[in-house]
Design a protein around this ligand. Structure first.
Ligand code: SD4
Length: 342
């Protein structure tokens, strides 16, 4: 018979073993390499990442390449082509995380084209994880990044001047899906358009290692200096090489309140599928304040160590892109509310 002391010993020892067993005690083969990205323009981002993944490259290099691609594209609402804050300034947030839990991050950086690479530089060359604002820009310039002129893209200029008429700070559901003129208008939506400001991608490489990256101009017309979930490790991105990885899009404040992507990964550690893990994190947001949740959008996207993926959102309208050897596709995420906001 187990006495109490023995029982405690056994249960502490077996807890990690049980959870590892939950994740790996499945005969399904691992799908690798694979990359998944938020939104429909993740298709192009995945294709860039695929150039690395398909040649036995490292997931870290793949996610950086994917993020750099979208940052470098004019008028796509991400990076310097993104929407400005309420003062008319574009400030960028980004982070990156590898299979060893190394991570780097920049918040509210201005006039730097590739914040994801600044984040990687911080990760690889400093004892820190996150630099913000002027300090982040100074670090970037000292490390060979060039300062770009502060020019708003035509789309952003038009939208900003429209917003200035009322200057109302009112986050909108699925502003990401509203009509835009960017080069990524997918055939996915009825109106054939997409307009979002955040790209999050996570990948599993041929060696079985995982990494992720997020890059964004953040919520449009935010207060100058506001930093969202995207560059916060555990909120906009989390990678645990034993379990899986997750990223988010939507109202950053709600993601930050629940440490969203960390929560998703922890649910996967408990044995839940990526989709169920995302659903449970979304339910956490909704259960906190159901009426408020009806007014906002958050979507989580997750990939586990076996290459299984899934997503879940508060509202209809969140979509994600997948690329592997067998698949290249945009999927609609499941959701809780269909309030006709897409
Ligand atoms: C933010 N999560 O800054 C970002 C916004 C976003 O698609 O995801 N937009 O809160």
């Amino acid at each position: 018979m187990l006495n109490r002391r023995k029982f405690l010993q056994v249960s502490t020892l077996s807890a990690p073993l049980l959870s590892i067993k939950n994740i790996f005690n499945n005969t399904a083969a691992q799908t690798k390499p694979i990359v998944v990205s938020t939104w429909a323009d993740g298709i192009q981002v995945n294709n860039e990442a695929w150039k690395i993944l398909s040649t036995q490259g490292r997931a870290l290099d793949a996610v950086e390449k994917g993020a750099r691609y979208i940052e470098g594209t004019q008028n796509c609402c991400i990076g310097l082509g993104g929407y400005p804050d309420r003062d008319g300034v574009v400030t960028l947030d980004s982070c990156i995380m590898d299979e060893h839990a190394n991570c780097g991050s920049v918040g509210a950086i201005e006039q730097i084209k590739h914040p994801v690479s600044v984040a990687r530089k911080i990760m690889e060359t400093t004892p820190h994880i996150m630099l913000v604002g002027e300090g982040a820009q100074k670090f970037a310039l000292e490390n060979g990044f060039k300062k770009e002129p502060p020019v708003l893209s035509n789309d952003a200029k038009k939208a900003y001047h429209e917003w200035l008429k009322k200057s109302q700070y009112k986050p909108e559901i699925n502003i990401e899906n509203k009509k835009g003129n960017g080069p990524f208008a997918p055939n996915f939506f009825d109106d054939g358009s997409v307009n979002h400001d955040t790209m999050g991608l996570v990948a599993l490489d041929a060696s079985g290692n995982m990494s992720g990256a997020v890059t964004t101009s953040g919520m449009a017309y935010k207060i100058h200096g506001r930093v969202g979930d995207s560059p916060i490790i555990g909120a906009g991105l989390f990678v645990d090489n034993e379990v899986g990885a997750a990223t988010s899009s939507g109202m950053g404040e709600e993601v930050m309140r629940i440490c969203g992507t960390h929560l998703v990964v922890e649910y996967m550690r408990q044995g839940f599928s990526p989709e169920t893990a995302c659903r449970k994190a979304i339910e956490r947001i909704i259960n906190r304040d159901r009426e408020k949740a009806k007014t906002l959008q958050v979507g989580f996207l997750a990939l586990n160590k076996k290459g299984q993926y899934g997503a879940f959102a508060v509202q209809k309208g969140f979509v994600f892109s997948v690329k592997s050897n067998g698949e290249e596709k945009v999927y609609p995420s499941k959701y809780v509310f269909d309030l006709g906001a897409t």
